[in-house]
Design a binder for this molecule. Structure first.
Ligand SMILES: *Cc1c(COP(=O)(O)O)cnc(C)c1O
Length: 405
């Protein structure tokens, strides 16, 4: 199936006609246990993750997870995938599997808050050293690498400020130091960037976002080479039990069928909105990988086949714009999360991110402020008419600006 195009794989990958019913559309198999031959299964959980016994007990694997894992692996050109109950279960699972006491992990100075909180909070208590670097700057990475660096953990574009990381260059640097590279590709999806092809060793996704695409199912995935994925499945997958339910697998499979056309639509809408914001007198700056004003526009063109649907922007009068925003918007919803049909907006304050994620040293804080200022608003552009989105933001910008009230 690997010869087929991306859109064909998004629709057909991992599925075949149901041999019993002939059903064309995937079915949901909700059984938690599966009949086996005498002598093939026992009480050990690890031992029943076995090729001879496709399914034994659903925590260890079930038909809908197998379908989804197969489709995900095809879309990213990976040898194997393991799905988890949430994105953070996938991320923490991979980190716990790869890292041992005495290892050093180098994490991006700007990461998804849940990843920052987990790495800075739990990993040191397990004897794992956590370092932070600006992964978009190879000199900064070089200076932060140590002899015991086992893994470099990146996000591109990163949540929430949309800074990019040059995956090929970072993979090369990590490998020369005997470390592996993991990329969180949640903001791009394989429709936009396939990190393994640029040399990453692992890619992780929150399937909750663009991949599922409808804001109605949590899920996560790790992809990589067959051997480490097998170890991850037998170890963390079985023993921590973050299994993705058959129903959520089925919902995410359905979401993936439209991933290519949704990513194209998000990019088209987001480009319209980003240009509108860039020209608006109350907007101070816009960060969007599809705009030539993005400081890494060249890298975006090289590494992303389209700019995805996330935008961040700063306004001249942040507090006046933010006050009562929820009630001034008619189409956008003021809410966390991203990558669904509905457009969302969320404030990100630098002091808040500092308090809740990484405490950056002066140099990294300076870099952060140079990129993101003291605070900004993050947009997840949905599938509505782009003109309505511009009108909605335009109204909110006018009403929320003191001088024009
Ligand atoms: C949301 C998100 C996660 C966590 O995923 P959940 O499904 O919410 O656990 C991880 N990485 C990024 C970049 C995210 O946006």
């Amino acid at each position: 199936m690997t010869q087929l195009g991306f859109s064909t794989l998004a629709v057909h990958g991992g599925t075949e006609l149901d041999p019993v019913t002939g059903a064309v559309t995937p079915s949901i198999a909700t059984s938690v246990t599966f009949a086996a031959e005498y002598g093939t299964i026992g009480f050990s959980a690890e031992a029943t993750v076995d090729e001879d016994v496709p399914f034994a007990y659903a925590r260890e694997g079930h038909p809908n997870a197998a379908q989804l894992e197969h489709r995900l692996a095809l879309l990213d050109g990976a040898e194997a995938a393991v799905v988890f109950s949430t994105g953070i279960a996938a991320i923490s699972g991979l980190l716990l599997d790869v890292l041992s006491p005495g290892d050093h992990v180098l994490v991006s100075d700007i990461s998804y808050a849940g990843t920052a909180e987990f790495t800075r909070g739990l990993l040191p208590s397990l004897g794992i050293e956590v370092g932070v670097a600006d992964l978009s700057d190879l000199d900064d990475v070089q200076a932060a690498l140590r002899p015991n660096t086992r893994l470099v953990y990146a996000e591109t574009p990163c949540n929430p400020v949309l800074k990019l990381v040059d995956i090929a260059a970072l993979a090369d640097l990590a490998h020369r130091h005997g470390a592996e590279l993991c990329v969180d590709g949640t903001f791009a999806t394989p429709a936009v960037t396939r990190p393994l092809r640029f040399g990453a060793d692992y890619v992780v996704y929150s399937l909750t976002k663009y991949m599922g695409g409808h804001g109605d199912a949590l899920g996560g995935a790790v992809l990589g080479r067959a051997e480490p994925m097998d170890r991850l499945r037998r170890g963390i997958g079985v023993h921590l039990g973050g299994t993705l339910s058959p129903f959520n697998c089925w919902l995410i499979m359905r979401g993936l069928e439209t991933l290519p056309i949704r990513m194209a639509a998000y990019a088209e809408g987001a480009t319209r909105v980003a240009r509108f914001l860039e020209e608006h007198p109350r907007v101070r700056s816009v960060r969007y990988p599809g705009l030539p004003s993005h400081p890494q526009y060249d890298l975006a063109e090289r590494q992303m086949s389209s700019p995805s649907g996330m935008i961040s922007f700063t306004v001249a009068d942040h507090d006046a714009f933010g006050a009562g925003l929820k009630d001034r918007l008619e189409v956008f919803r003021y809410a966390a999360s991203l990558g669904l049909s509905r457009s969302l907006i969320l404030e990100a304050r630098t002091d808040d991110l500092q308090r809740t994620t990484f405490k950056l040293d002066d140099e990294h804080l300076r870099r952060y402020r140079a990129w993101a200022g003291d605070g900004f608003f993050r947009l997840s552009i949905g599938l509505e008419d782009p003109g309505d989105l511009c009108d909605d933001l335009g109204r909110a910008l006018m009403e929320g600006s003191d001088p024009w009230r």
